[in-house]
Each structure stands twice: as structure tokens, then as C-alpha cells.
Design a protein around this ligand. Sequence first.
Ligand code: NAP
Length: 352
Amino acid sequence: MNAPARTTRAFTQRRRPRGMPVPEDFAEVELPLVPPAAGQAVVENLWLSVDPYMRECMDGDWELHAPLEGRSIGRVVESCSAELPVGALVFHREGWRTRAVVNAAEVRVLPRYEGVAPQSFLGLLGGTGLTAYVALTRIARLRAGDTVYVSAAAGGVGTAAGRLARLLGAGRIVGSAGSAAKVRLLTEELGYDAAFDHRAGPGLSGQLERAAPEGIDVYVDNVGGAHLEAAIGAMREHGRIAWCGAVAQYNAGSAPAAPRNLFDLVEKSIRLEGFLVSRHGDAQVELEEFLVPHLRSGRVTDRLHVTEGFERTVDAFLGMLRGENTGKAVVRLGHDALEPSADPEPSCGHTS
Ligand code: NAP
């Protein structure tokens, strides 16, 4: 019988960054793992998510020298909860570490959809896909034939928004991304009708006008700042903006100048609405019912940008902030085939 390991490797934050974070802002540490109490389980993490919001957490929400948090998929290897059987694949938020003790009440046991990889619950079927789905359906209320513009279009939310917009009946779909290679990918593989490179020089408005000469009806804003201003300028009457994020400002230290054309919202009867996906958890079932058949049939594939190895989690995070990812940035910890250690014997303590 194997004694379950009682340690975990984890990343902590050593100091607050100024501007773009660097590897020295983080530390990899080994920590003891307390035995699970009643209602808890030990999970071996298989996949970790790295996300732009984490950059904002680094400025204050994350405690220094404590294990960081993030979405993760893992397998239960020891359990003191009937709801979390050994071997179950679960979604939880104790990321940035190799193994974690989780509370049953805070964990989702993942459904098994034949033909759908579990890591999709960090991609199209996870918070990333849900953000794009909520943006298009609930916030922008996409209508058949609408022209849609998506910024950071080659990223996680952006690739999901392009695919979902097509499935939901959008007309022309245009995107912006940070390199010529990404632009090619958007139009050749990811279903975008037109795309442009926002790093190719000044003139976002001109680039957007050429990509969508008749204007746009819906904007999924992942970037903010100058992208938002260009989109407002290109909007048709009664356009809708679903404001997801402002990645242009997360490393800037200060917010970029507000769009100078905000009064266009009045003149063109445009609706601009921000949202947090965490307030739309009730749309998760709807998303799965809608997308799983498309994932199974192969009509849609989930594009994950995979970094191999727990020790490279910081590289994956910083690379995503620099725009090195195409699709949702995730880390694979390298034990996909992990099975529960032979008949692990739980030593369940009591919850305090
Ligand atoms: P992502 O798009 O996969 O990765 C971030 C991307 O941002 C990079 O690949 C990079 O692509 C782009 N970027 C970085 N700096 C930029 C800059 N200065 N100007 C323009 N683009 C820049 O990340 P994601 O997880 O899918 O998130 C996308 C956005 O959605 C973020 O703003 C995030 O905060 C937001 N979000 C919001 C919610 C919500 O609940 N509202 C939930 C999830 C995500 P390029 O190479 O193309 O520049």
C-alpha cells in the first residue's frame, strides 16, 4: 500500500511587480500537506490555468509568500468525502501547486462527455468559453447576421468568441491580434472573416474600418483603451459592446486614457455593458448543452496553448501576458494517465 505523499510543490509571490512581472517575483516552494479532514479530499493536479486577471491579483489581492490560486483540473487520490470518490476528475481553484486538499463544497466533479477532453473545462467549457458565451448571448444579445468584432481574438476568450459567434449565427466576424502569424491563424483556421495586427503600427481605427467596411454591431472587448475607442467609432446604430476585460492596462500601472469618443454612445444609441463571468454561473449548463454536441462532432475543436511541466507555470503566465499564446493558456503537469495510488488509505481528521 502506498502512503500518500504529504507535501506539495507550489508557487508563491515574493514581491509586488512594477509593470510587467518577472520570474523573480515568484518562488517555487515545497510545503507540507495537511491530511484531509471529513468532507475533504487530496487532489493531484493535472492541468492549471493561467489568466490575465492574475496580473491584477499580484498588485494586492494575492497574499505574499502564500500559495497562489487559480482554476485547475485534478484527480482525487485520497478522499474523506463520499462526494469526491478516489479517481474522480474535479475542477477546483487551488491551482499553482501540484496537489491540494480541497473541500467537497468548493469543487465540481466533472461530467464525462465521451469524445471531449476534460481539460476543455479550462477552455471552451470552462470560464473562458463561458465568458465568450455570456458576452455574446446575454450582454451583446447577438442577432443573426450581426457583424462582430473581437479584440485579443487569438487568445482564450477571443478564439472562443469567434467560434461561438459563428455557431450563434453571426454574419461577418473580425478580430485583432498581436502578430502577423496570429492574424493568419484567425482567418485560415479559426473562422474569422478578416483580422488585423494591432501591433503593426498606429491606426487601429483605419485597420478596423478596412476589416469591417460597413461597420460593426457587436464588440467583444478584451483589451480596452484604444481598441475600445476604435470599436465605438466603427459601431453602427444600436450597437452593443460586451466589455470583458482591459488587458492593455493590467501591466500599465495606470489606466489608459478613456475613449475620447464616448459621446458616440449617445449619438448612435450604443449600449456598453461590463460583466463578470462569475456572476453568470447559471449559464454553464446552457453552454455545455450547446457546445458539447459540436465538440463531439468535431465541428468545433478546443484550442489550448499548452506549456508542459509544473515548473514552467510562471513562464506560461508571463508568456500569456506577452501574447505568446494562441488559444487558452494552460499548463499540463504531466501525469494525464495518473491513476489513484494503489488503494490509498485515507487518514481523515476532523474539520475545525
Ligand atoms: P488571452 O486573450 O488568452 O491572453 C491575453 C492576450 O492579451 C495575449 O495573448 C495578448 O494577445 C493580448 N494582449 C496583451 N497585452 C496587450 C495589449 N497591451 N494590447 C492588446 N492586447 C494585449 O487571455 P484570456 O484569458 O482569454 O482573457 C482575455 C480578456 O478577457 C482579458 O482582458 C481578461 O481579463 C478578460 N476576461 C474577463 C472575464 C470576465 O469575467 N469579465 C473572464 C475571463 C477573462 P496579442 O498578441 O493578440 O496582443
